[in-house]
Design a binder for this molecule. Structure first.
Ligand SMILES: [Cu+2]
Length: 498
């Protein structure tokens, strides 16, 4: 292909070149209205003054000068490539240039003000002082081809040393990026050069390998996609990449706490929590490849896709032979690994894809309050509010009403769960997104809105005529009547064990 200098690409050219490839299923995702609003005013909805005192650590790396990442999706699709570019929802592909046959990248490690969720009608946005690469959390996706010689410059604009490790990639020991073992750490303002030839294709990652706990828990990681040299015989119609991670950000704080070991409270896909995650879009009948990496500090995840069966086709150790692939609905994601699965043909609808470890679909939930399900807490809340204005006990019928009960969300925080859906409030947040399959999805890959299901295919209240016909009695006694009711609901102050 003709070498191109990506720095000369304008945004318009990128969109145009991507649009030309729409016929082959390539998409460039348009920023949502919320993204645009957030980009125009990244500090909308949070109180800078209030934050200062609460987060002294946040002032140390001059976050006011840091780049702000708002989760806008950008792919890099120069003309002449023989692969379908991967789409990183809410993320960006790092532009490269060819210099004398070498593919040259430039990663810049730096402080980044990152927005985990844009401000919406009923809540402010959540932004935090993170560390990332090239103005992004996580870092931009690197994309190359098997056999490429890559030269990756890493400039360190942090206050402390760092390194970059190329996770899962076969390379010379001296390029492996582990501080102290393979190289000297990259000091602030230094630029190191990594150079190696890509020996295999697949889904890989990169991340800091210096002061790993701190630097990775502040966001220093990204995806590294290597396409096969020979064009695939059955390429998927869409190719998505998603990085999973977890964070601890106290309500009201602007700095993720890297010391947290167990009680993480923000769970993200490509650095965003639902409802801030961008939907994956596909056309009815297409095949969709989804590459997932997990660099959570402590957690494994169980990513479940609704409405489909899929096959896990590869790990970061390579492609799984066809005979070894088995059908799944949930893929287990050990931390420090990638899994690639392919699903298709996809069926029309809105199909959620989320972590099935259910504390991972909550946002900024505290775990240290009592279990009051089934209790009458009105008196309790009244009494505690005298000491703690605005106090509210856990929902007495569960957490499902925490998102919509009209509690003002504190500045710079997430609603504990979900957001408004088409039919009702969605009671999941965090590590949650939606695969939106349409007969005619928007050509630019933007969110098509909610699915209009044919009326006869929507679950709704059973009609009396149906109940009579099928002999269903909603008041049927299962043998517990009266017993649970008597024992189940107690006043606070009484011991429920009595
Ligand atoms: Cu999880």
């Amino acid at each position: 292909m003709k070498p191109e200098n990506p720095s000369r690409f304008t945004r318009r050219q990128l969109v145009t070149s991507a649009a030309a490839l729409v016929g082959s299923g390539l998409l460039v995702n348009k920023a949502t209205a919320a993204d645009k609003a957030a980009a125009a005013n990244p500090h909308a909805g949070h109180d800078m003054k209030g934050m200062k005192d609460m987060d002294m650590k946040g002032m140390s790396d001059n976050a006011s000068l840091a780049a702000t990442s708002t989760g806008k999706t950008e792919i890099f699709a120069p003309p002449g490539i023989n692969y379908k570019p991967v789409i990183t929802p809410n993320g960006k592909t790092l532009p490269w240039k060819m210099v004398d046959g070498v593919k040259v990248f430039h990663l810049i490690a730096e402080p980044v003000v990152h927005e985990f969720i844009p401000a919406m009608e009923d809540h402010p946005n959540l932004v935090a002082n993170c560390w990332g690469y090239n103005g992004r959390v996580h870092g931009p996706t690197l994309e190359a081809v098997e056999g490429d010689q890559v030269r990756i410059y890493v400039t360190n604009r942090l206050d402390g040393p760092t390194t970059v490790h190329w996770h899962g990639i076969l390379l010379p020991s001296g390029m492996d990026g582990v501080g102290g073992v393979n190289q000297k750490a990259i000091q602030p303002d230094e630029t190191f050069k990594y150079e190696f030839t890509l020996k295999e294709h697949g889904t890989f990652m990169y991340h800091s390998h210096h002061d790993e706990m701190t630097q990775m828990q502040l966001g220093m990681m990204g995806m590294f996609i290597i396409h096969p040299r020979e064009p695939e015989s059955k390429p998927p119609d869409r190719d998505y990449a998603i990085m999973l991670s977890e964070w601890k950000i106290e309500v009201g704080s602007r700095r993720p706490d890297p010391n947290e070991m167990t009680d993480f409270n923000i769970f993200t896909m490509n650095g965003r929590s639902f409802p801030g995650t961008q939907a994956l879009v596909a056309k009815t009948g297409e095949t969709v490849r989804i590459r997932i990496g997990n660099l959570s500090t402590m957690s494994h995840h169980a990513i479940h896709l609704h409405g489909h069966h899929f096959k896990v086709v590869a790990t970061d150790g390579g492609r799984i032979p066809d005979a070894g692939q088995w059908p799944e609905t949930t893929v287990f994601m050990p931390t420090g690994s990638t899994r690639t699965f392919e699903v298709g043909p996809v069926y029309p609808g809105d199909w959620v894809m989320h972590c099935h470890m259910l504390h991972h679909v909550m946002n900024q939930m505290g775990h240290k309050f009592g279990n009051v399900i089934g209790m009458d807490t009105s008196e309790l809340s009244k009494r505690v509010r005298k000491l703690v204005p605005g106090y509210m006990a856990m929902g007495t019928s569960g957490m499902g009403d925490m998102g919509e009960m009209g509690m003002p969300t504190p500045p710079n925080s997430l609603p504990m769960i979900g957001g408004q859906g088409k039919y009702d409030y969605i009671t999941m947040g965090g590590m949650f997104t939606i695969l939106k399959v349409r007969n005619n999805p928007p050509a630019d890959g933007s969110d098509p809105g909610w699915y209009d299901a044919p009326p006869a295919t929507i679950a709704t209240n059973a009609a009396d005529a149906d109940l009579r016909r099928d002999g269903i009695d909603p008041k049927m006694d299962t043998g517990t009547r009266g017993k649970v009711a008597a024992a189940g609901r107690v006043k606070t102050g009484e011991c429920p064990m009595n």
